[in-house]
Design a protein around this ligand. Sequence first.
Ligand SMILES: CSCCC(=O)C(=O)COP(=O)(O)O
Ligand SMILES: [Mg+2]
Length: 239
Amino acid sequence: MSLSYDVDAVVLDIEGTTSATGFVVDVLYPYSRSRFGALLSQRGGDPDVQRAVAQVREELGDPHADAAAVEKALNSWLDEDRKATPLKTLQGIIWSEGFARGDLVSHFYDDVVPRLRAWHAAGLRLYVYSSGSVAAQRAWFTNSPEGDLTSLVSGLYDTENAGPKQEPESYRRIAEATGVAPSRLLFLSDRPGELDAARAAGWHAVGIRRPGEPYYEQGVGDHAQAGTFDEITVSRSTA
Ligand SMILES: CSCCC(=O)C(=O)COP(=O)(O)O
Ligand SMILES: [Mg+2]
Protein backbone atom coordinates (compact mmCIF):
# COMPACT_ATOMS: atom_id res chain seq x y z
CA MET A 1 0.00 0.00 0.00
CA SER A 2 1.25 3.48 -0.83
CA LEU A 3 0.62 6.53 1.34
CA SER A 4 1.18 10.17 0.32
CA TYR A 5 1.62 13.23 2.52
CA ASP A 6 2.23 16.89 1.78
CA VAL A 7 4.06 18.11 4.90
CA ASP A 8 7.08 20.20 5.90
CA ALA A 9 8.67 17.77 8.35
CA VAL A 10 8.82 14.13 9.36
CA VAL A 11 9.35 13.16 12.99
CA LEU A 12 10.88 9.74 13.57
CA ASP A 13 10.57 7.25 16.37
CA ILE A 14 13.67 5.01 16.54
CA GLU A 15 13.02 1.62 18.17
CA GLY A 16 10.62 -0.44 16.06
CA THR A 17 10.44 2.27 13.37
CA THR A 18 13.83 3.25 11.95
CA SER A 19 15.62 0.45 13.77
CA ALA A 20 15.19 -3.01 15.23
CA THR A 21 13.98 -3.42 18.80
CA GLY A 22 15.99 -6.65 18.87
CA PHE A 23 19.21 -4.73 18.36
CA VAL A 24 18.39 -2.31 21.19
CA VAL A 25 17.40 -5.09 23.58
CA ASP A 26 20.13 -7.60 22.67
CA VAL A 27 23.07 -5.24 22.14
CA LEU A 28 22.48 -1.89 23.82
CA TYR A 29 20.65 -3.06 26.95
CA PRO A 30 23.35 -5.53 28.10
CA TYR A 31 26.01 -2.92 27.31
CA SER A 32 24.35 -0.46 29.70
CA ARG A 33 23.46 -3.06 32.33
CA SER A 34 27.10 -4.06 32.81
CA ARG A 35 28.17 -0.42 33.26
CA PHE A 36 25.56 1.15 35.56
CA GLY A 37 27.50 0.16 38.69
CA ALA A 38 30.74 1.84 37.58
CA LEU A 39 28.90 4.95 36.37
CA LEU A 40 27.09 5.38 39.69
CA SER A 41 30.13 4.70 41.87
CA GLN A 42 32.75 6.61 39.87
CA ARG A 43 30.83 9.55 38.39
CA GLY A 44 28.12 10.37 40.90
CA GLY A 45 29.24 14.03 40.81
CA ASP A 46 28.52 14.45 37.08
CA PRO A 47 25.45 16.78 36.88
CA ASP A 48 23.56 14.50 34.46
CA VAL A 49 24.22 11.46 36.67
CA GLN A 50 23.20 13.44 39.76
CA ARG A 51 19.94 14.58 38.14
CA ALA A 52 19.10 11.04 36.98
CA VAL A 53 19.88 9.54 40.40
CA ALA A 54 17.62 12.13 42.05
CA GLN A 55 14.83 11.15 39.64
CA VAL A 56 15.32 7.43 40.42
CA ARG A 57 15.17 8.16 44.16
CA GLU A 58 12.00 10.19 43.65
CA GLU A 59 10.46 7.32 41.69
CA LEU A 60 11.43 4.91 44.48
CA GLY A 61 10.03 7.28 47.09
CA ASP A 62 13.34 7.02 48.96
CA PRO A 63 15.50 10.17 48.94
CA HIS A 64 18.36 8.22 50.56
CA ALA A 65 18.43 5.18 48.25
CA ASP A 66 22.09 4.15 47.92
CA ALA A 67 23.94 3.28 44.71
CA ALA A 68 23.06 -0.42 45.02
CA ALA A 69 19.34 0.36 45.33
CA VAL A 70 19.50 2.76 42.39
CA GLU A 71 21.30 0.15 40.25
CA LYS A 72 18.73 -2.48 41.24
CA ALA A 73 15.90 -0.19 40.15
CA LEU A 74 17.61 0.56 36.81
CA ASN A 75 18.08 -3.15 36.12
CA SER A 76 14.49 -4.00 36.94
CA TRP A 77 13.26 -1.20 34.64
CA LEU A 78 15.53 -2.65 31.95
CA ASP A 79 13.95 -6.08 32.48
CA GLU A 80 10.48 -4.55 32.07
CA ASP A 81 11.68 -2.38 29.13
CA ARG A 82 10.26 0.56 31.02
CA LYS A 83 11.05 3.84 29.24
CA ALA A 84 11.85 5.74 32.44
CA THR A 85 13.59 9.08 31.82
CA PRO A 86 16.46 8.60 34.34
CA LEU A 87 17.16 5.12 32.97
CA LYS A 88 17.35 6.62 29.47
CA THR A 89 19.60 9.46 30.66
CA LEU A 90 22.11 7.05 32.20
CA GLN A 91 21.95 4.67 29.25
CA GLY A 92 22.55 7.64 26.95
CA ILE A 93 25.76 8.53 28.79
CA ILE A 94 27.01 4.94 28.65
CA TRP A 95 26.01 4.35 25.04
CA SER A 96 27.41 7.62 23.68
CA GLU A 97 30.75 6.73 25.21
CA GLY A 98 30.50 3.21 23.75
CA PHE A 99 29.73 4.60 20.29
CA ALA A 100 32.58 7.12 20.56
CA ARG A 101 35.05 4.43 21.50
CA GLY A 102 33.95 2.18 18.62
CA ASP A 103 32.34 -0.55 20.74
CA LEU A 104 28.92 0.12 19.19
CA VAL A 105 27.54 0.84 15.71
CA SER A 106 23.83 1.65 15.39
CA HIS A 107 21.24 -0.22 13.34
CA PHE A 108 18.82 1.06 10.69
CA TYR A 109 16.44 -1.03 8.59
CA ASP A 110 17.56 -1.16 4.95
CA ASP A 111 14.76 1.03 3.64
CA VAL A 112 15.33 3.85 6.12
CA VAL A 113 18.55 5.69 5.27
CA PRO A 114 17.86 5.97 1.51
CA ARG A 115 14.41 7.41 2.31
CA LEU A 116 15.78 9.85 4.87
CA ARG A 117 18.34 11.07 2.32
CA ALA A 118 15.63 11.45 -0.35
CA TRP A 119 13.23 13.31 1.95
CA HIS A 120 16.01 15.59 3.14
CA ALA A 121 17.11 16.28 -0.46
CA ALA A 122 13.48 17.14 -1.30
CA GLY A 123 13.53 19.89 1.32
CA LEU A 124 11.73 18.06 4.14
CA ARG A 125 12.99 18.65 7.64
CA LEU A 126 13.63 15.53 9.71
CA TYR A 127 13.37 15.32 13.48
CA VAL A 128 13.72 12.48 15.98
CA TYR A 129 11.39 11.89 18.93
CA SER A 130 12.44 8.84 20.93
CA SER A 131 12.39 7.58 24.50
CA GLY A 132 16.14 7.21 24.05
CA SER A 133 17.83 10.35 25.38
CA VAL A 134 19.03 13.14 23.09
CA ALA A 135 22.62 12.06 23.82
CA ALA A 136 21.79 8.50 22.76
CA GLN A 137 19.98 9.70 19.64
CA ARG A 138 22.94 11.87 18.62
CA ALA A 139 25.36 8.97 19.05
CA TRP A 140 22.95 6.67 17.17
CA PHE A 141 22.81 8.92 14.11
CA THR A 142 26.52 9.80 14.26
CA ASN A 143 27.67 6.18 14.34
CA SER A 144 25.48 4.43 11.78
CA PRO A 145 26.68 1.65 9.45
CA GLU A 146 26.44 4.30 6.71
CA GLY A 147 28.50 6.87 8.58
CA ASP A 148 27.44 10.13 10.20
CA LEU A 149 23.79 10.91 9.43
CA THR A 150 23.39 13.87 11.77
CA SER A 151 23.37 16.41 8.90
CA LEU A 152 20.02 14.93 7.85
CA VAL A 153 18.40 15.75 11.18
CA SER A 154 17.24 19.20 12.28
CA GLY A 155 16.44 18.43 15.92
CA LEU A 156 16.26 15.74 18.59
CA TYR A 157 13.47 15.31 21.15
CA ASP A 158 13.18 12.94 24.10
CA THR A 159 11.01 12.46 27.18
CA GLU A 160 13.02 15.09 29.03
CA ASN A 161 12.86 18.02 26.59
CA ALA A 162 9.44 17.16 25.10
CA GLY A 163 7.66 14.96 27.64
CA PRO A 164 6.05 11.48 27.59
CA LYS A 165 5.45 10.02 24.15
CA GLN A 166 1.83 9.08 24.81
CA GLU A 167 0.71 12.62 25.72
CA PRO A 168 -0.58 15.07 23.10
CA GLU A 169 1.03 17.95 25.00
CA SER A 170 4.49 16.58 24.12
CA TYR A 171 3.67 16.77 20.40
CA ARG A 172 2.35 20.33 20.84
CA ARG A 173 5.65 21.21 22.53
CA ILE A 174 7.66 19.76 19.63
CA ALA A 175 5.54 21.59 17.03
CA GLU A 176 6.11 24.83 18.94
CA ALA A 177 9.87 24.20 19.22
CA THR A 178 10.28 23.38 15.52
CA GLY A 179 8.05 26.23 14.35
CA VAL A 180 6.21 23.78 12.05
CA ALA A 181 2.39 23.85 12.10
CA PRO A 182 0.92 20.60 13.51
CA SER A 183 -0.91 19.92 10.24
CA ARG A 184 2.47 20.04 8.42
CA LEU A 185 4.09 17.40 10.65
CA LEU A 186 4.13 13.64 10.01
CA PHE A 187 5.01 11.25 12.84
CA LEU A 188 6.19 7.70 12.16
CA SER A 189 6.05 5.21 15.03
CA ASP A 190 5.39 1.56 15.83
CA ARG A 191 3.29 2.28 18.94
CA PRO A 192 -0.43 3.02 18.69
CA GLY A 193 -0.47 5.11 21.90
CA GLU A 194 2.16 7.43 20.45
CA LEU A 195 0.31 7.70 17.14
CA ASP A 196 -2.92 8.52 19.03
CA ALA A 197 -1.16 11.30 20.94
CA ALA A 198 0.38 12.81 17.79
CA ARG A 199 -2.98 12.75 16.02
CA ALA A 200 -4.68 14.35 19.01
CA ALA A 201 -2.17 17.20 18.67
CA GLY A 202 -3.21 17.70 15.04
CA TRP A 203 -0.31 15.86 13.37
CA HIS A 204 -0.43 13.29 10.60
CA ALA A 205 0.61 9.88 11.90
CA VAL A 206 1.59 6.62 10.21
CA GLY A 207 2.08 3.35 12.05
CA ILE A 208 5.13 1.38 10.98
CA ARG A 209 4.52 -2.38 11.20
CA ARG A 210 7.60 -4.48 10.62
CA PRO A 211 7.42 -8.28 10.94
CA GLY A 212 9.21 -9.46 14.07
CA GLU A 213 8.77 -6.19 15.96
CA PRO A 214 6.93 -6.40 19.33
CA TYR A 215 3.94 -4.32 18.13
CA TYR A 216 3.60 -6.09 14.76
CA GLU A 217 0.80 -8.43 15.86
CA GLN A 218 -1.08 -5.83 17.90
CA GLY A 219 -1.10 -3.41 14.98
CA VAL A 220 -1.51 0.34 15.04
CA GLY A 221 -5.24 0.73 15.65
CA ASP A 222 -7.09 2.82 13.06
CA HIS A 223 -3.96 4.66 11.89
CA ALA A 224 -2.63 4.49 8.35
CA GLN A 225 0.11 1.90 8.27
CA ALA A 226 3.19 0.99 6.29
CA GLY A 227 5.53 -1.99 6.39
CA THR A 228 8.55 0.03 5.27
CA PHE A 229 9.41 3.68 4.57
CA ASP A 230 9.31 2.84 0.84
CA GLU A 231 5.52 2.76 1.10
CA ILE A 232 5.39 6.41 2.18
CA THR A 233 5.65 9.28 -0.29
CA VAL A 234 6.37 12.59 1.36
CA SER A 235 6.49 15.87 -0.53
CA ARG A 236 6.54 19.50 0.45
CA SER A 237 4.42 21.86 -1.63
CA THR A 238 5.76 25.40 -1.68
CA ALA A 239 2.35 26.99 -2.42
C1 LIG B 1 19.17 5.52 20.36
S1 LIG B 1 17.82 5.42 21.32
C2 LIG B 1 17.96 3.80 21.98
C3 LIG B 1 16.72 3.10 22.03
C4 LIG B 1 16.00 3.28 23.32
O1 LIG B 1 16.56 3.18 24.37
C5 LIG B 1 14.60 3.57 23.30
O2 LIG B 1 13.99 3.60 24.36
C6 LIG B 1 13.92 3.85 22.03
O3 LIG B 1 12.55 4.03 22.20
P1 LIG B 1 11.64 4.65 21.05
O4 LIG B 1 10.86 5.72 21.70
O5 LIG B 1 12.54 5.13 19.95
O6 LIG B 1 10.75 3.53 20.58
MG1 LIG C 1 9.25 2.89 19.00
